[in-house]
Design a protein. Structure first.
Length: 465
């Protein structure tokens, strides 16, 4: 039965119409009438939009995120696949060179399946699914000016649209505005203390371009990923992500002193300068469809809302508005979907208008954020200048252990399954310290290291190598 407060159905506001906001709106619509506030005009079909520049770069939805997405919107992955997305088994469907130099063997593993498509397709499909719900309303070209209420409780928001400024009341306001969130300012304006923040900035720049894949490569060509080594700056890496419509989304990266440029003529040459030239070699047979686009907004930034001594009733923050990560690790989408799952769990036990509900949401949402954060900054903290303080001895020891775990995963299928359980955010990082994994890392038998990318002969021929 729907919740009611004083004889009326509760009202919820979601600020931001991206993936996190739409998933949150879907959950909230089971408990309230929901209005999604969006400053952009959202396209009906898959297309770029101004408020999501990161969509032009490669994204992965790890299997932990795929499970969360399917749990929130049953059947959504089938609908995405019907529109051109791919289910890619990891590692058999990926050719990957680890930061420490090993090539992963393409062990068969049906358990870890990533969802691969453009961010435009992902968002458009989720958006269409959610906006057809009768209790979800979208207000576009509308800007949030401030929260209404006090440090004890948020009662609504103050908005501005083409007709001017106005107030809108709500039982719960959810900030899903992403990296650009102004929640720290909104909260201090209500009288709360500043939120603790941490930044780990490896200084990585990205350059991306879409190519028409060689027709002979077909629909099952693997993801090709050459990861950067943070211990040998400037760390350079890149990925070919086969997406819908026979296209390759190619993203190249480099840290301070070695970032890729937006010059079209330099793109392939930069790809050949990576720790292995396979991406550049593959691009030689592909047709560029777009110009190069770049970004340097790649810092890991986390806001510890759950640590504030007090928290206002009626307000919660989700997704990248809590923490944004270096996109190279691909955990932002997964952490966001899992954070919305935590929202649903809280609302299953607490009424949306209860004073303690928002605090519970904030604490629960911090759990997947913390795991994604640890996975991202464990590597990025090793880049020179990434943090104000050099990594501690314990942090460096942890990084060395991760390298050993990666080496084991590259050569032992059982170790790889454990490693992927953690990387896909299905299990916590502590899983790497279980006795069975420690045995495989330090004592287990391992196959020899590969001396090059494990493309099959058919894949090499199809790509013209």
């Amino acid at each position: 039965m729907p919740e009611r407060t004083s004889g009326r159905r509760p009202a919820a506001l979601v600020i931001g119409g991206g993936m996190t906001g739409m998933l949150a709106a879907a959950v909230l619509s089971d408990h309230a009438d929901v209005t999604v506030i969006e400053s952009d005009v959202l396209p009906g079909l898959p297309a770029p939009r101004k408020g999501l520049p990161q969509a032009r770069h490669a994204h992965l939805l790890w299997s932990g995120g795929v499970r969360a997405l399917e749990d929130l919107l049953p059947g959504i992955t089938d609908r995405l696949v019907a529109r051109g997305a791919r289910r890619v088994p990891i590692m058999s469907g990926m050719v990957s060179k680890a930061p420490s130099g090993q090539w992963f063997r393409r062990f068969e593993n049906a358990h870890h399946v990533n969802l691969v498509c453009s961010r435009d397709l992902l968002d458009a499909t989720i958006r269409a699914e959610v906006l057809q719900r009768p209790r979800v309303t979208l207000r576009e070209r509308t800007e949030l000016l401030a929260l209404e209420g006090s440090a004890d409780g948020v009662t609504g928001v103050r908005l501005r649209d083409a007709e001017g400024a106005a107030a809108l009341s709500a039982d719960l306001v959810v900030d899903a505005t992403g990296r650009a969130s102004r929640a720290p300012v909104w909260l201090t304006d209500l009288g709360l203390p500043p939120v603790q923040e941490k930044v780990v900035d490896a200084g990585v720049g990205y350059a991306s371009r879409i190519y028409r894949a060689p027709a002979s490569t077909g629909e099952d060509f693997p993801i090709v990923n050459v990861q950067a080594d943070p211990t040998r700056p400037p760390g350079r890496g890149g990925i070919i992500l086969p997406i819908e419509e026979g296209k390759w989304l190619v993203t190249l990266s480099g840290s301070r002193g070695g970032r890729p440029s937006r010059d079209n003529a330099e793109f392939v040459a930069f790809a050949r300068s990576l720790p292995h030239p396979v991406i550049g070699d593959l691009l030689a047979g592909a047709e560029p469809l777009t110009d190069v686009v770049t970004t340097r907004s790649t810092a890991n930034k986390r806001r510890y809302y759950e640590k504030l001594p007090g928290w206002p009733a009626g307000f919660a923050v989700l997704g990248d508005a809590i923490a944004g990560y270096n996109p190279v690790y691909g955990h932002g989408l997964t952490a966001a979907a899992q954070g919305v799952l935590e929202l649903r769990k809280v609302l299953a036990r607490h009424a949306i208008a209860s004073p303690e509900t928002a605090r519970h949401i904030q604490r629960r949402a911090a759990r997947p954020v913390g795991q994604a954060w640890d996975l991202a900054v464990g590597q990025d903290a090793l880049y020179p200048g990434a943090t104000d303080e050099a990594p501690s001895g314990l942090e460096r020891a942890a990084a060395r252990f991760i390298d050993r775990a990666v080496d084991a995963g590259a050569r032992d299928p059982r170790a790889l399954r454990v490693l992927l359980d953690v990387m896909s955010m299905e299990r916590p990082p502590a899983r790497l310290l279980a006795p069975d994994m420690l045995f495989r890392v330090f004592l287990g038998r391992k196959l020899p290291l590969l001396d090059g990318p494990p493309l099959t002969e058919a894949e090499r021929k199809a790509a013209g190598l």
